[in-house]
Write a new protein. Structure first.
Length: 351
């Protein structure tokens, strides 16, 4: 399958004068459910696929040499992800013999890391190895191709796997009703962390959408916590919490709502400033009610702007213990102890 797709794309790219319309199909994305399957395919691309492509003209395709492949998996360090995304965006040259830096990719092997957050619009073809474990993952992964041009997705099934066999036997029905097949997710909407991260955003959204009077940015200054709207929004959230959670969640939600409404009220009463939901870049006298999660420590006014990055990352520093005595002394009682030295010759061998 890889050899046929790569050879056919090269044939079309050459036949139509290396037209940019054929470029999306020059980079083949391979999707895998596990690192083991991906690693096996990487060796196959380096050996078998490359050798097949050198004889592709015998099958009416085009020869293709020097296959450049990369992988997008958890084994890739975070500092190398951005350069890889940039390389994925490089289009194949419309002229022969032109060297590009960085060169475009022929094959990208990926796991579910590509399913969320990878928005490279030029990608147009994907080969999915085995049916993914969930329908949502299948939809997210295959939607990475065909964003600008028509996309082409091949799914290669394994007859020995029940999930693959079921998808193959009901292929037409499954794909015509694919969104009905999405599995339900278990959620805890009023858990402690959900309230910390999402309550203020939900509160502000309800206020802005319930009455259009408070929809404009600077109307945050006009909101009164003692108004009928504030009471309506608070009671709505409390009723919702009481209907699906225990009494402890309801009490916590009531306390957190009071804290955030009081914060909003204090902010709007600060003199010499106007209060907006967000701060325009060129305004000096407008304060922002909502704080972005990447600007400072998380607080009551922090509001999520993306479900991908909820807070900035942190660095961990490993400090190895050099003194063995300190390590033994600091170890818990159940930790295995180092064996004592039983060699009297002093050669450092321990028994």
């Amino acid at each position: 399958m890889y050899g046929s797709v790569l050879g056919a794309a090269q044939k079309l790219h050459e036949k139509y004068g290396r037209n940019p319309i054929t470029d999306p199909y020059m980079t083949l994305v391979g999707y895998f459910n596990s690192l083991r399957d991906l690693g096996a395919m990487r060796r196959v691309v380096e050996d078998d696929v490359s050798s097949r492509l050198t004889r592709a003209r015998e099958r009416g395709l085009a020869n293709r040499h020097n296959i450049r492949q990369r992988e997008l998996t958890s084994r890739l360090s975070s500092e190398n992800i951005r350069p890889l995304l940039d390389q994925m965006s490089v289009e194949f040259s419309t002229r022969r013999g032109v060297k590009q830096n960085p060169p475009p990719l022929d094959v990208l092997l990926a796991t579910n890391m590509i399913a969320v957050g990878v928005d490279v619009s030029r990608l147009g073809v994907m080969v999915v190895a085995n049916q993914p474990k969930s329908t949502a993952e299948y939809i997210q992964a295959t939607s990475r191709v065909g964003r600008r041009h028509p996309g082409l997705v091949f799914t290669v099934y394994n007859w020995a796997r029940p999930r693959d066999l079921s998808a193959y036997e009901h292929f037409e029905y499954f794909h015509s009703t694919v969104y009905r097949q999405v599995e339900p997710l278990s959620v805890t909407p009023f858990a402690d962390r959900a309230i910390d991260r999402g309550l203020f955003g939900v509160l502000v959204s309800l206020v802005r959408q319930s009455e259009l009077t408070y929809n404009g940015n600077l109307t945050a200054q006009d909101f009164d916590r003692t108004s009928q709207l504030a009471d309506h929004v608070a009671r709505h959230l409390q009723r919702r919490a009481g209907s699906i959670s225990d009494n402890d969640a309801w009490v916590r939600l009531h306390k957190e709502l009071e804290e955030r409404l009081s914060l909003w009220d204090r902010q709007r009463k600060v003199e010499a400033q106007r209060l907006g939901y967000t701060k325009p870049s060129k305004s000096q006298d407008i304060a922002a009610l909502l704080a972005r999660p990447d600007t400072a420590r998380w607080g009551a006014a922090t509001c999520l702007t993306s479900l991908r990055d909820v807070e900035p990352g942190i660095n961990l520093l490993m400090r190895p213990i050099e003194d063995a005595a300190v390590a033994t002394e600091a170890a818990p009682p159940w930790a295995p102890r180092q064996p004592e030295n039983t060699n009297d010759s002093g050669d450092g061998v321990t028994g």
